[in-house]
Design a binder for this molecule. Structure first.
Ligand code: AMP
Length: 318
């Protein structure tokens, strides 16, 4: 039973209404009724070996977002719909992950446009919880996870408390939605690694998958914050991806130090850009290295442009 794209998608404020709808829909949806419905791993052990790559073998995919949706978000929803029998998107601007009150205040909120954009993506339901719904005891970080120092550098060191807030809200949301697939963007690479770790540590029956960065035609990584750029800053912001692509081109032909230094120099010289960090780390531990490792590496950066903080990265495969 595909969703009729001319009708608004079902939206829910509370987790219990959302789950009730999803459970009822699961009984009616194509495939489920014919006995192909997948068991809920939150209610019992996972069947070994059922997650074959490329197959639509997940029961429920979940895409958490903070709204102000763009093609990057939609690519995650489409991937969820390709791999799962049901797909859920949440839109929630999580107060506990903002290290600056000003950033939280300015964060773009475009709820009705967001819901309209999800119409043709394979999304089955949208969850729009209030702060009170997610944090009945107040928006504070109460549950701390051991992040194995994956938060020691980059976003973690520049945004104190950010990943504690992200980890807590994602665990709360996973418990509420009960998906078996969580889709995250490579755009926030450090967040992806940290959430992989947290899901493992919390022993949640969820596969964590990352999807490639979707970019504007001039290379700028799509981001909700791009809306805050004025036309001049928007042009200047391309310097981030230009520096990263140049580094990817040089690749492992130069030393790791020379590669990072090149990016730092390029950003420092770029008009309108104030770099915050550029770091080259391995994808597993997120630690810098003196010699190229056998593992994949990722080159991450954050910079300010026109009063807006932007992040981006490129993978440097082994
Ligand atoms: P946000 O709304 O910024 O919290 O992002 C929600 C999800 O979308 C996160 O998993 C992000 O990594 C992902 N995302 C954000 N921007 C992009 C992009 N340009 N391409 C792919 N995924 C993205």
């Amino acid at each position: 039973m595909a969703h009729d794209a001319t009708l608004p998608l079902p939206r829910f404020k509370t987790a219990s209404e959302l789950r009730q709808f999803l459970d009822a829909q699961a009984l009616m949806k194509e495939g489920f009724a014919s006995g192909e419905g997948l068991p809920n791993p939150w209610e019992g052990p996972m069947e070994p070996g059922r997650n074959q790559p490329g197959q639509r073998v997940f029961r429920r995919g979940f895409v958490p977002t903070m709204g102000a949706l763009h093609e990057g978000h939609l690519s995650l929803v489409r991937e969820s719909a390709r791999r799962s029998q049901q797909s859920v998107v949440s839109i929630f601007v999580n107060p506990t992950q903002f290290d600056r009150a000003e950033d939280l205040k300015r964060y773009p909120r475009t709820e009705s446009a967001d819901c309209a954009m999800l119409a043709d993506t394979g999304c089955d339901a949208i969850w729009l919880p209030s702060v009170d719904e997610v944090y009945p005891h107040g928006p504070e970080v109460r549950e701390h996870w051991d992040l194995a120092r994956l938060d020691a550098r980059m976003e973690g060191s520049h945004r104190p408390g950010h990943f504690a807030g992200v980890a807590q809200v994602v665990v709360l949301m996973l418990r509420a939605v009960q998906p078996d697939l969580l889709l995250l963007g490579q755009k926030d690479f450090q967040q992806f690694r940290i959430l992989q770790r947290v899901v493992e540590q919390a022993e949640l029956p969820v596969t964590v998958a990352s999807c490639p960065i979707v970019r504007e035609s001039d290379g700028l990584a799509m981001s909700s914050r791009n809306r805050l750029l004025d036309p001049v800053a928007r042009r200047q912001a391309t310097a981030l991806s230009v520096a990263l692509f140049a580094a990817r081109e040089r690749g492992r032909g130069v030393s790791p130090q020379a590669l990072v230094e090149g990016v730092r120099q390029e950003l420092a010289n770029a008009e309108g850009i104030t770099p915050e960090y550029a770091e080259l780390v391995d994808v597993e531990r997120l630690q810098p290295f003196a010699d190229w490792p056998e593992a994949d590496a990722v080159l991450c950066l954050a910079a300010w442009c026109g009063g807006v903080r932007l992040i981006d990265n490129v993978l440097l495969p082994a």
